[in-house]
Each structure stands twice: as C-alpha cells, then as structure tokens.
Design a protein around this ligand. Sequence first.
Ligand code: NAP
Length: 387
Amino acid sequence: MFKLIEYKRSKDLNKRKKPLKYTKIPKTNKKISKIGFGTRQLKLNANSDYLRRLIDTSIDLGINFFCTSSNYQEGKVEAKLGQLLSGVRDEVMVATSGGVSHRDGKIIVDSSPVALEKGIQQSLKNLKIDYLDHFEIHFHDPLTPLEESLSYLSDLLENDIIKSVGTSSFHTDILKKWEELIPTSLVQVPLNPMQTKAYNSVLGTCQQLNIGILTYSPLLGGFLAKKLNQFPSYLNKMFYSPDNWQNSVIQLTHNLAELSQETNKTISQLILNWILTHEELTSVLVGTNSIDHLIENGLIVDHPISSLLVERIDKIINSQIELLQTNNIRDKPRFEAIVESISTNPEGDYVATFESGLKISVPRQYKVGAKLYLDIETGEVIKHVFS
Ligand SMILES: NC(=O)c1ccc[n+]([C@@H]2O[C@H](COP(=O)([O-])OP(=O)(O)OC[C@H]3O[C@@H](n4cnc5c(N)ncnc54)[C@H](OP(=O)(O)O)[C@@H]3O)[C@@H](O)[C@H]2O)c1
C-alpha cells in the first residue's frame, strides 16, 4: 500500500510530490487543487503532532485549499486550523463561511453587515491571518436584503480582506441574484453517488454565470467508504430515512465493494474518481482525520480509472437511483422541522424560523407549530402539515 515515509515534507518545494490537478477559481487568478481539505470532522482533541503531519501531508500531496466554517464547533475548528496552518500560510488558500453564530445551542442565521463584520473579524482572529482567500455566506438569510449583505462583502473585496466570495445556498434564483450584485466565484453543493440532484440543478446556471462549483460530502459523511451491513444508527438520529433508501445505500456499498476487490482500488478511490468525472466542478472537499485515508484520496489523480470502469460505476449508481425514483413522501429521506416563529422581511415576505435556527421564506398560511418535511439533500420543502 502507500508508504507514509514518502510524504515527509521536503524543504525544497520543487521536490515535493504534487500529483493533483488544479482549476482556476472563477473571477480570480488563483488556482485551487481538485481535492480540497474539508474540516468539518477535524478532531480537536487529536494529537497535535499527528494533525500537523496531516496538514503537511495534504500540502505535499498538492492540496492547497483548506475550507472551514465559523459554524464548526462554534469557531473552535477555525482556531485549530489557524494553529495548524501557521508557518505554511503562503502555500495555501484558506476559505471560511459565516453569517451564522450560536446561542444556547442553537444556530443564529444572520447575514446583516453588522453580524458579517463581527463574524469575519472573529474568523480572521481564529485563523490567525489578515485576509481570507475565499468567504462564503453559509445559509441564506431571508430576513436580510441580499443587497445589504453583498454590498458589505463588496467593500471587503475592494479592500483585499477577502479575495473571492461564494455561497452554500444553491438555489438557482438566489445564485442569479448573487451574480447580479457581486462577482460570485464559487457555490458549494453536496455530490456523491446518493446525492446528485443539487449539483445537476446548479450546473447550467454556474456555467452560464462562470461560477465554480465546490462539492462536499463525497463519501456521504464517510459511510459510503465501507461495505455496510447495517445503516449507521447515528444517521438515523440525524434524519428520517425510509427502509428502501437505507437498503439502497447498503446495496450500493456492497456493489462498490465488489468492484473495489476486483479492481484493487478502494471504494473511496472509486467514488472520488467518479466524482472527478464531473469535469465542470472546481474542487471536491473531502474530510479526514487519517493520514492513510488522506494519501489514499490524494493519490487518485495518479491512478485514474478507465472510461469502462466509470461506466460500470455509473451503472451501479443508476440502478440504485432508478429504484428510488419516487414521488411518494414516505420514500424520501427527510428532516422534520417545526416552525418556532414567523417574521416578515423588508420585502413583506413571511419567513419561518425553525427550532434549529434555520430560516426560510414560506407562504402566508404558515403558522407557528406548522411541521415541514425538508429534503435532506436540497433543503427544499417536500411536505407541510399545518394543523
Ligand atoms: N457547505 C456545507 O453546507 C457543507 C456541508 C457538509 C460538508 N461540507 C464540507 O465538506 C467536507 C467534506 O464533507 P463531509 O465531512 O460531509 O463528508 P465526507 O468527506 O464525505 O466524509 C468524511 C468522512 O469520510 C471518512 N473518509 C475520508 N476518506 C476516507 C477513506 N479514504 N476511506 C474511508 N473513510 C474515509 C473520514 O473518516 P476518517 O477520518 O476515518 O478518514 C470522514 O469522517 C467537510 O469537511 C466540510 O468542509 C460543507
């Protein structure tokens, strides 16, 4: 298998192994590695030397994009990443997202200029840097006019405090509005064998508006990377998933495990290679705390898969997706959300705030206590119960 020793950092930058490919971040002159380092899962209590080696190994593999959020563990992940990147700041690009803070265990979605400013100042402090290579507004805030949020971000762009902007709100009407108001570089969407809807829904708009696509959750939080016999119980607690969806995921991992054995590539390598066949995407964010997994993922570009193998992976994925094609709410994995309060935004639209703190624009018949079922992939309302 892979030898860690090969990845000891070389003092001479030119001697380091950098097998990854790079894509330009639209509307900038910066190039980003096809695989980016996601930090949502970063273990804060892990051995510091090990984490340092994890970062060093990423850089040696050619990863130059580190993506975090003020939302992860209330800024503690940003602070850890700041420590880990000290001394290598000039070699990497650092991205974070904001417009979200925490109070009493709940999230507060707020993209007002005052909240953005406070959050960005804190992120810079956490990360111990004086500019951000990329900043994203994490959740759309329907209570703040987008013009106000983006006018503030335009000032930061002009003053080089941030070098590019983007959003994790991947609805095309929101994206189009963004591009009217600010040069938008990137949008983040989930993309993995079980979640292709969001990517496909933004692709055309992104191509038209020259917005790059950062994809996340390539391994659906990691559990697609192993052959499953049972649906992980922690996922059952996070969202409701019908039996046929769970069975489909399990079957998918079995089919990929068979292919993995036959081809001598890990499931993760098969999936990441399949994701990278979506050539329009700018970079895929993968999260890991394991140096071995990092190397396994980072080396895939050195080991491309044949078009025949891509076809076989497509076939495995499509057979599961076809099984799941249904318009029936009972068969869709979903979050349940209860409306905690209703407010009106400056445009006169109704905005529901849920117990979790998330906010969405809703029709006027919504009242406190209404129950909504949200698609786990897109966050769209798939059913509401008003009683
Ligand atoms: N904008 C958004 O709303 C949003 C949402 C979700 C995620 N993200 C970003 O995307 C990044 C990645 O997404 P994610 O964390 O949801 O999911 P992911 O990358 O699909 O899964 C991460 C998990 O996969 C495991 N893993 C990675 N490589 C592996 C390998 N080769 N073999 C076996 N297991 C492997 C890791 O465990 P080990 O530590 O054991 O390797 C880790 O727990 C996040 O860190 C975050 O930066 C953004």
